[in-house]
Design a binder for this molecule. Sequence first.
Ligand code: NAD
Ligand code: ZN
Ligand code: ZN
Length: 380
Amino acid sequence: MSSTAGQVIRCRAAVAWEAGKPLVVEEIEVAPPKAMEVRVKILYTSLCHTDVYFWEAKGQTPVFPRIFGHEAGGVVESVGEGVTGLAPGDHVLPIFTGECGECAHCKSQESNMCDLLRINTDRGVMIGDGQSRFSINGKPIYHFLGTSTFSEYTVIHVGCLAKINPSAPLDKVCVVSCGISTGYGATVNVARPPKGSTVAVFGLGAVGLAAAEGARASGASRIIGVDLNPSRFEGAKKFGVNEFVNPADHKKPVQEVLAEMTNGGVDRSIECTGNINAMISAFECVHDGWGVAVLVGVPHKDAEFKTHPVNFLNERTLKGTFFGNYKPRSDIPGVVEKYMNKELELEKFITHSVTFSEINKAFDYMLQGVSLRCIIRMDG
Ligand code: NAD
Ligand code: ZN
Ligand code: ZN
């Protein structure tokens, strides 16, 4: 055990005090892990658009003050009572949705929606005792997604930590902890495009480009990228996207444009924007008879999906996924191995890097649409 085990650790965290206001790097106290919890030293974290939505709190429930962050890599500092399978020094990726290993979902081959540890965006406390492990002068600061990786130390349920190969570089594989696994898995585990098929990807951020990478790995021959930001198109070529559509360039709905380009519709579509209209277009652009659409983007809390039921009668399928249907503890070590075996390139998703004290720059890059993933180095 390390010398800090069982003690409160004082360290730096980027605290969001109010919706949409720059994070403030503060000294906080991090309590020791309780039963089934692990305290993790975060070394690298990155920013996913889901953090930005909940920080902006325009279409999501405001929970403040809060420590955001859910895409990261770190090292176990100490473990709480009852934790098996993880020990100080282990390299881990925190995952926003967990795997208890015991429930009907964890036992099913078809689901990663663990009853105990599935994603809960509005909870700001640990599930064990309903308390926060973070405080400033005794005043609690809320958690986010059970991970809160914008802190030098964080406390996470053991079921939300994937133990990975210690030789994997954490400054690269941290992006496997959310965005890349989500997009890639949405294609290879959920949409499952047959070889030679046509796939549309809505939203060419890191999640969408990982979905495109999954389509290329599946042998898709046409990969059509749809984005309102044309500056995404050039870079997307590196991810196998070979045709582009900007909905703003057309008078008719983009689903009609895609249907015309593809003789009736695409075989598969994967939506990675979070925009409700893009979700509807992603469904309506798939070919009748066999087309499958997969929703990945996190919608506004009041969004409603409207389409004519005949679109379903005409044998189109609509699906959705969290985390690309991967089971975090069982499957994610294998995704890291894909990177180690050079079957999955991660470097091209990493467009920026900042020190922890510059964390607000990562938000600016994402809001300006110039970054894919920005790595935040906790030691800086
Ligand atoms: P990002 O901001 O980097 O990329 C989103 C892209 O979508 C941008 O290029 C943007 O220009 C484009 N876009 C926005 N509205 C559009 C529209 N109406 N039509 C076409 N393109 C549009 O974000 P990201 O980090 O890649 O995340 C993508 C989405 O996936 C977000 O909604 C995020 O919350 C969600 N997400 C879901 C899961 C999950 O498990 N389901 C996991 C991670 C992220
Ligand atoms: Zn994410
Ligand atoms: Zn479970």
